[in-house]
Design a binder for this molecule. Sequence first.
Ligand SMILES: Cc1cc2nc3c(=O)[nH]c(=O)nc-3n(C[C@H](O)[C@H](O)[C@H](O)COP(=O)(O)OP(=O)(O)OC[C@H]3O[C@@H](n4cnc5c(N)ncnc54)[C@H](O)[C@@H]3O)c2cc1C
Length: 412
Amino acid sequence: MRQNVAVIGAGVVGLCCASYLQQRGHAVTVIDPRPPGEYCSLGNAGCFSRASCVPLGLPGLWKKVPGWLMDSAAPLSISARYAHRIAPWLWRFHRSSSMARVSRIADALHPLLNCTLDKWRPLVARAGVRELIVQNGYAFAYESEAAFLSDALGREIRLERGVKIELLVGPAIREFDPALSPRITHLVMFPEQGHCPNPLRLSRALAERLQRDGAHFVRHRAKGFESTGGRVTRVVIDNGTVETDAVVIAAGAHSNELSSQLGSKVPLETERGYHVMLESPSITPRIPVMAGEGKYFATPMEGGLRIAGTVELAGLDAPPKFARADALLAGAKRLLPELRHGKVERWMGHRPSLPDSMPVIGRSARIPNAFFAFGHGHVGLTAAAPTGEIIADIVSGGEPDIDISAFAAERF
Ligand SMILES: Cc1cc2nc3c(=O)[nH]c(=O)nc-3n(C[C@H](O)[C@H](O)[C@H](O)COP(=O)(O)OP(=O)(O)OC[C@H]3O[C@@H](n4cnc5c(N)ncnc54)[C@H](O)[C@@H]3O)c2cc1C
């Protein structure tokens, strides 16, 4: 039955939910004070990571943390001012990193992520931007045998779930891509992965197509809800209300402010990430490459070369610390020593992250016409289209293709 559905959040996740809902015949209103795709979804590394079923919290990771906190270029930093606020989240993160939990998380994430390109392709075709999916793989680059071996568990978890992995060592690496540094001793290739050369253009194209097919975009902040008989009937926005038959919360790192009003409080935090965008690069890697030690990606994009990554735990309100972006620039030159470039643009964005590296996707346990689609952390671009289809399935009263019980808000 055709319903009026309000989607809160015009990031890549909200836009994919809206697109799939519209294709199922629902009338969609997207509520967001910002233009489509201009918050976290703007600046990611662009990878469609089918292989990213490995959660961040792995057994033994905590041993690396003290060293990382002393190093301004390390993959993780925790603001001293925010440490007491983030402590309960870190404790949950630690509890999720036992081998038994890691296996269950990988089993839940793999079906969600592995189908990403199949779920994205109809959306890009409909939006007329097929060129924004490039499927030529990506690679992880290591500068020593020890660094390569320290990621063995991640490879094992992927291989067990059927991810295709190839290894290049020594001179074969520069034969594959002469732009890469001779320091790189091991290049782990994931040939089935894809990337998007312009994530912002992708979001804008989805929004334009939605609008052309009748979706309304309301440029206001959602503040709360009005309910009758245990169902949401209106979304309260800055300047009034939006009547609705169903609501989807896809407000990225701000989603808990809304879901908790519907009785689903979740430990959502932001893992702040950075990028530098380098105009007119003299060279780019053949395929996106992640630095195995630094955990940042160098991705060739339409506007230049993007170096994106790092995790900073400092909350939603602290100003960006662009020294972290500068460290990424230094990292780019380590990966690609002959790189020269023009203007450098720095960016910081708020990944919406739950401590077990899994999103919240599903119907509210308390309010039957409220749905959740947030908390995708490091894989929001990848999981956006699969999430959109799942939300459209359950809003329409059907069953999703995959088991989503692990993504319930009630798991916390
Ligand atoms: C450096 C970096 C690299 C990354 N690399 C990758 C990658 O290679 N591959 C990958 O898959 N993922 C990657 N990610 C993660 C990915 O970018 C995010 O998971 C994804 O963008 C989250 O999308 P979203 O729609 O949930 O949130 P957002 O894009 O943050 O959108 C949320 C929207 O909700 C709106 N909103 C908030 N509150 C309200 C409210 N009260 N009312 C109305 N609207 C509201 C906001 O204005 C915003 O527009 C990366 C992230 C970073 C930071």
